[in-house]
Design a protein around this ligand. Structure first.
Ligand SMILES: Cc1cc2nc3c(=O)[nH]c(=O)nc-3n(C[C@H](O)[C@H](O)[C@H](O)COP(=O)(O)OP(=O)(O)OC[C@H]3O[C@@H](n4cnc5c(N)ncnc54)[C@H](O)[C@@H]3O)c2cc1C
Length: 417
């Protein structure tokens, strides 16, 4: 995750003990909760604070993992699977911030307003978020609609789904580079609201842990079969009804790497490997051209993509360092990377080429997953970085809050900062 969490040689604040729900404003749908709470705890708090019936629920959270804290999510201005949603900043009413000089300040669009666009998406550099007030949304029942479809059609199909009222959705693409379907065919899953009276026949048990692990192993050595099985799993859930909040929770198995290594022929996991996540943003009209370029990049570098999705984001007009500078399609790649000099270099090269392919089409990249963007790429895709770093110096002149990523930025951007 790029090192923004850590500062070598410095104390680390672990916020996870600070996880109590403080208050739920039932009239306005505002949940105040301590910032070390993770998403399962946040969803649980909304349920416990509404014992008579859950009217208010979270709007969005990250996909793929739940043990990410509210403070960490605000600090990276995270996004979920909303089809028409800006990043998390739009869901934040206010935060309780401990500033670098040790003062406790309430920060919102009205109070200490100059800090709000810095703290949200500020990667922890402008203060420690002790608690936050999250804007909730009415809890809905949603019907999942699944299509196995080519990307060219999906770009139009997604608009039809939005017109039909769908609120969430994503496109999980095929990963076999030797096949024509590579980064082209995919599982498009969208979620449309249905009346509250619609019965949830039984909770979706989802894939059992063993099936997940098997799929992950297949994604490493038989990508075609992995996609076939995954598609069947999704198609079987077409038409199912979910609650809008619990539908967003997900399974993450931190030890999956060990399972995958054991499932492969002896010795073929040497040297060790793991996944490097990278996320690129492009204007929706450029998505097909970008994916064609990505196909070429991954095939020519030989870097294997183990899993990826495409989602939508609406422009963020509030933070100082917005990653969603426009309405974008967001493309995620999880690139298998050997822990060897050559392996890391291959993925680094692929990541840089992907950034150029996005930037050439008016797009950008997610700043902190890795530290491989060149100085030129950083400034081209995140032109406000020099201003961001200057404001960091202004608000924290003693450099109380620091990270390896921040040090890296200062080193790479040099005279600009
Ligand atoms: C499996 C997985 C899936 C993911 N999927 C998505 C996704 O779908 N969408 C998305 O947007 N992101 C996604 N991410 C990225 C994730 O949202 C960020 O890495 C997020 O910051 C992690 O939160 P954390 O609580 O682990 O924070 P950490 O990694 O601990 O910290 C992240 C940053 O937040 C700062 N920070 C943490 N807590 C506080 C606090 N209380 N006050 C001030 N600063 C703080 C840290 O200093 C650091 O800069 C994913 C990450 C993983 C591991």
């Amino acid at each position: 995750m790029g090192g923004q969490q850590f500062a070598s040689g410095a104390p680390l604040l672990d916020m996870t003990g600070l996880n109590r729900a403080v208050d739920l404003d039932h009239g306005r749908g505002l949940l105040t909760i301590e910032a070390g709470a993770d998403w399962r705890q946040i969803v649980q708090a909304t349920h416990e604070l509404q014992p008579g019936g859950v009217r208010w629920a979270i709007r969005q959270k990250q996909t793929g993992a739940d043990s990410l804290t509210l403070g960490g999510s605000i600090s990276c201005n995270a996004h979920g699977r909303g089809l028409l949603m800006p990043p998390l900043v739009a869901d934040i009413e206010s935060v309780e911030l401990v500033t670098p000089s040790g003062e406790l300040k309430r920060v919102s669009r009205e109070e200490n307003a100059e800090l709000f666009p810095l703290v949200v998406g500020g990667f922890g550099l402008f203060g420690v978020i002790a608690a936050a007030t999250l804007r909730l949304t009415p809890r809905l029942k949603l019907r999942r609609l699944v299509d196995i479809i080519d990307l060219d059609d999906a770009v139009h199909a997604i608009w039809r789904r939005i017109d039909q009222g769908c609120l969430y959705g994503d496109f999980q693409y095929a990963i076999d580079p030797s096949d024509d379907s590579f980064l082209r065919r995919g599982v498009m899953a969208c979620y449309e609201p249905v009346p509250d009276s619609t019965a949830i026949e039984s909770a979706d048990p989802g894939l059992p842990r063993e099936a997940w692990l098997e799929l992950l192993a297949l994604a490493h050595h038989d990508q075609r079969e992995a996609f076939r099985r995954y598609s069947l799993h999704y198609l079987a859930s077409h038409g199912r009804i979910y609650w809008s909040d619990t539908m967003q929770l997900s399974t993450y198995i931190p030890t999956y790497g060990e399972f995958v290594a054991k499932s492969l022929p002896e010795g073929s996991w040497r040297p060790e490997r793991s996944l490097m996540i990278t996320e690129l943003f492009v204007p929706p009209a450029e998505l097909n051209a970008f994916m064609a370029a990505a196909r070429g990049i991954l095939r020519s570098t030989g870097v294997q993509d183990i899993y990826g999705t495409i989602r939508a984001i609406r422009k963020d007009s509030e933070t100082i360092l917005p990653w969603a500078r426009e309405d974008y399609a967001c493309v995620i790649f999880n690139l298998l990377t050997e822990h060897s000099e050559g392996g890391v270099e291959r993925t680094r090269r692929a990541c840089r080429m992907l950034i150029d392919a996005a930037a050439d089409r008016g797009g950008s990249f997610y700043l902190t997953y890795h530290r491989w963007a060149t100085r030129e790429q950083l400034l081209r895709c995140h032109p406000k970085l020099p201003e961001f770093l200057a404001l960091k110096r202004k608000h924290d002149p003693a450099g109380v809050l620091d990270s390896d990523w921040h040090r890296h930025l200062r080193r790479v951007l040099g005279s600009e900062t």
